[in-house]
Write a protein that binds this ligand. Structure first.
Ligand SMILES: Cc1ncc(COP(=O)(O)O)c(C=O)c1O
Length: 370
């Protein structure tokens, strides 16, 4: 493995320091939860090695209300979705193995296969194609040597979704090959109009990945999971987990379990706030004249771009945005894309910070026109 630090992590607000940022529009999660608001008394918790697969109650909660063909044995709790993605890539790919991965994407979905030395074929998701998965293009990229197809939905950084019928067609395409489908559905609970089934419930060639980080504002407890109905894969991923972690943190798993058991107490307020914030961005997009976007269908991010006809000093734009308007967004290079596009996260800041940040974007752009 050849590890290289990713710009999205080096330049993340928690690593840069929050002192210069007032309007943080760079996050992909909902506002962070404060521990005291959960009102948890965990004094009796035994700080032991936990169940290697994950807290059984938590695995049950993860499946509550989901497709009945999934069982708790199909769920492996991981340290965030990030470690699930890492375990899947390192278990299924070796140097030289072929992988098809959507681009842009959450950086790890590309960077770990790169570190392994896999042979990567990108499936482009473009503004012109409304950031949709092009199934015909996908078919052309899959060869008998393809080991893994890797998609994210709702998509990061664009917030676009695929339809259920497209998902089913993609699964058929993958089943006709020698590959598995890695379906990163970390934003699934934040789908606006329709929610796809857990993809792993549709085929034993699919591995679903998700976590509590984004929708519930709980990235600090590092709780994610993978789901697959394939027992051989489960065994393989458990072997990977045991070699890296032995088991998860019992503290994190207990918090996650109790949170999910009471999710109906928390989620309505989160959903309402997310919708209001989305409406703020949508209204702003309609009134300003410098940026254009593909409207997202889920999650709390979108990937607007500076209108192609505008001549702009891009370095100045980001400089002014941060230094004068104390506003931070995720520049395109976080996703190996042009910095004329940026990820705008609208779920994390307060509504007034969001409004302020959007104004800042307009002012910074105006100041950087050539
Ligand atoms: C699509 C996607 N997958 C996985 C992750 C990892 O999240 P976590 O490890 O906090 O669950 C992220 C975080 O940004 C993401 O956007």
């Amino acid at each position: 493995m050849k590890y290289v630090r990713m710009p999205i992590e080096i330049e993340s607000p928690e690593q840069m320091g929050y002192s210069t940022i007032k309007n943080n529009l760079s996050e992909s999660s909902y506002t962070d939860t404060i521990f005291k608001d959960l009102d948890l008394n965990m004094n009796d918790l035994v700080i032991c090695y936990g169940d290697h697969v994950g807290h059984p109650g938590l695995r049950k909660e993860i499946l509550k209300g989901e497709a009945s063909n999934l069982k708790i044995e199909d769920v492996l709790v991981t340290a965030g979705a990030a470690s699930a993605l890492f375990m899947i890539s390192t278990s299924l790919l070796e140097a030289g193995d072929e992988l098809v991965v959507a681009k842009p994407n959450y950086a790890t979905n590309i960077e770990t296969p790169k570190a392994i030395g896999a042979s990567i074929k990108y499936l482009p998701m473009t503004f012109e194609n409304k950031f949709q998965v092009d199934i015909e293009a996908l078919k052309k990229l899959i060869t008998p040597k393809t080991k893994l197809v890797s998609l994210t939905c709702p998509h990061n950084p664009t917030g676009t979704m695929i339809s259920e019928s497209d998902l089913k067609e993609i699964i058929k395409v993958v089943e006709a090959s020698n590959a598995y489908l890695l379906f990163d559905e970390t934003y699934r609970d934040m789908s606006f109009k329709f929610k796809l089934p857990i993809a792993a419930s549709l085929s034993d060639r699919v591995i679903s990945v998700s976590s509590l980080s984004k929708t519930y504002g709980l990235p600090g407890i590092r709780i994610g999971w993978l789901i697959t109905k394939n027992p051989k894969l489960q065994e393989l991923f458990l072997a990977a987990k045991e070699q890296i972690f032995i088991c998860g943190s019992v503290v994190d798993e207990e918090i996650a379990y109790r949170y999910l058991a009471k999710r109906n107490d928390y989620f309505p307020a989160i959903k309402k706030d997310m919708q209001e914030k989305f409406e703020i961005v949508k209204a702003w997009m309609e009134t300003q004249s410098y940026f254009e976007w593909i409207e997202p269908s889920g999650g709390v991010v979108c990937f607007p771009r500076i209108k192609p006809e505008l001549k702009v000093d891009i370095i100045k734009f980001y400089d002014v945005l941060l230094s004068e308007f104390k506003t931070y967004v995720g520049p395109g290079h976080w996703f190996e894309e042009s910095d004329r596009s940026f990820r705008l996260g609208f779920g994390w800041p307060s509504q007034s910070e969001l409004r302020d940040g959007l104004k800042g974007l307009e002012s910074a752009l105006k100041a950087s026109l050539l």
